[in-house]
Design a protein around this ligand. Sequence first.
Ligand SMILES: *[C@@H]1O[C@H](CO)[C@@H](O)[C@H](O)[C@H]1NC(C)=O
Ligand SMILES: *[C@@H]1O[C@H](CO)[C@@H](O)[C@H](O)[C@H]1NC(C)=O
Ligand SMILES: *[C@@H]1O[C@H](CO)[C@@H](O)[C@H](O)[C@H]1NC(C)=O
Ligand SMILES: *[C@@H]1O[C@H](CO)[C@@H](O)[C@H](O)[C@H]1NC(C)=O
Ligand SMILES: *[C@@H]1O[C@H](CO)[C@@H](O)[C@H](O)[C@H]1NC(C)=O
Length: 367
Amino acid sequence: MLKRGEFLIFLWALVARSALCLADPSPECIVTEYSQLKEATENCLEIVVRDLTVPGGLTADFNLQDGARVTFEGTTVFGYFQWPEWNYSLMRFEGNNLTIEGAPGSLLDGRGALYWNGIGDKGPPKPFFMIIAVTNSVFRNINLLNCPYHCTVIKGSDGVTLTGWNIDCSYGDAHGAHTTDGFDVVSGNNVVIKDSTVVNQDDCVAVNQGFNMSFSGLRCSGSHGISLSVGFSKTSFYDNTVRNITYSNCTLSNSINAIHIKTHNDGGPGEIEDVTYEYIAFSDIINFAINIQQDYANGGSTGVLKGNIPISNLQFRVCFQVLQPMQLRYSFFCAERACTNWKWSDVSISGGVVDSYCNFEPEGYTC
Ligand SMILES: *[C@@H]1O[C@H](CO)[C@@H](O)[C@H](O)[C@H]1NC(C)=O
Ligand SMILES: *[C@@H]1O[C@H](CO)[C@@H](O)[C@H](O)[C@H]1NC(C)=O
Ligand SMILES: *[C@@H]1O[C@H](CO)[C@@H](O)[C@H](O)[C@H]1NC(C)=O
Ligand SMILES: *[C@@H]1O[C@H](CO)[C@@H](O)[C@H](O)[C@H]1NC(C)=O
Ligand SMILES: *[C@@H]1O[C@H](CO)[C@@H](O)[C@H](O)[C@H]1NC(C)=O
């Protein structure tokens, strides 16, 4: 028999559980085996994925109903597979008005160490960890461990927010990981990525195409920077266009470059317009704190400038902070007439700047 006080607590607990949506969904919507996934995604609006093992060679495909909500609990782990091409992923999300969430303590483990071979995107193909192709959706508190290759690839998405993520590929530092990009926006509009941590071995964020994006509150360590990499298409101006992007309140440490914009000289025409960096803090930057180059191809600098993708209205604003004693270096390497209207405004830099290279100077900055 419950005493009155205990009964009230019991009642309260029941109410609280439903109010916080902690109640389990119906049993067919709880996915503990890969074979249950398809039916759950087809029939359920509320899905729990609990301690799932995804067998090697299969993709966890979340092709979800409008308004669906998925919660990951425990550890989701992915079996190793030697994929035949570079276009596969361990997970894929598709749908509208989705809420995808990691429960406290949950983890998605890509077991990257089984793929890492010290040569990144050369050698046998590795899978993306996840592809996100959604509209009006939120991904919250997702913990990714050890991505085999690029971690999060946003593709053809409109209106997507990623917040409270933790991407940890630190094990890869001493185990041959390369090209573990944190967040790649291959194509997307109205993308927000905020309040997240990335420890990896390539770009923290890289944008290839899209409009209206905000990246804020990112803590990036070990990365190649908060980047734009534009010019993958040989023919499409649209695919080589990036406009209205803001990076704010980001910290970069142990990074090869911190702010990196590269236009591909072997790509077709395009443009980069209206990009702002503000409140950026640096520590242990190995190469350049700011590196902007219009000579990029096949993953590296060529020294051959081309103005096929001009960069206009680029702003550096408000307080760049150096978190430990070091001197920053910048490189601004522009093709003729392909850099216009760059502003360096209200920037106060703690720490010195040495040995910078500029063939172009933002207004307000002297190299
Ligand atoms: C989005 O989905 C939620 C359920 O998760 C629903 O309550 C809401 O009305 C939907 N919003 C729109 C705009 O359809
Ligand atoms: C990857 O590319 C191959 C060859 O073009 C194709 O057969 C396969 O369906 C593609 N897979 C995905 C997941 O896109
Ligand atoms: C970018 O944002 C503006 C202002 O909210 C909006 O009018 C425009 O349609 C957006 N562009 C895209 C491609 O979504
Ligand atoms: C730029 O993008 C932001 C969202 O990141 C949006 O609020 C703003 O309206 C956009 N500005 C223009 C001119 O489209
Ligand atoms: C970045 O930090 C500044 C100063 O604390 C704050 O005013 C601003 O709203 C923040 N921006 C974003 C996008 O969080």
